[in-house]
Design a protein around this ligand. Sequence first.
Ligand code: DAT
Ligand code: MG
Length: 151
Amino acid sequence: MSTERTFIAVKPDGVQRGIFPEILRRFQNKGFKLVGIKLTLANESLLREHYADLQSKPFFPSLLSYMMSGPILATVWEGKDVVKQGRALLGATNPLQSAPGTIRGDFALDMGRNIIHGSDSVENAEKEINLWFKKEELPLENFEPPTLETR
Ligand code: DAT
Ligand code: MG
C-alpha cells in the first residue's frame, strides 16, 4: 500500500500574490514529500467535476470565475496523515475564522479569495489527483536522486 497522498492547489490569487513559495515551504517543513507539481489553467469542465458537490450553491458561478482567473499551482504531497494534516495547515474555509498561523489565517480575508485548496478525505484526494494529474505528470513519485559519479 502506498503512503497517503493529498491534492493541494494554490488558487490564482495565491499564485499572483506570490504566496506559493511560503505555502510549499510550510508543507515541506512539516515533513511532507512533494510528489507532483505543475502550473496549470483550469477549464470549466474540470472545475465542475472538482467542485461537483457545490454546483447548486449560489456562489458557484463566482467560484468558477475566480478559479479560472489565472494559473493554479497544482501539487501532490505524500506523508503520514497528510490529508488531515494538510487541512490543518490550510485553516478554516472562511479566512475570518482561520486561526493565525494557518495559511488562510495568515494570508487571506475573503471566503471567495481563500488562496488555497486541500482535499478533505483520502478518497477525494485520490479522485482529485487523478482529475488534475496524468500518471506521467507524477514522475517525482518514484524519484531517487542520482548518485554523483566521481572520476
Ligand atoms: P474548502 O475549500 O475549505 O474545502 P468547500 O469545499 O466547502 O471548502 O468550498 C470550496 C470553496 O468554495 C471554498 O474554498 C470557497 C468557496 N466557498 C465555500 N463556501 C462558500 C460561501 N458560503 N460563499 C462563498 N464562497 C464559498
Ligand atoms: Mg472542499
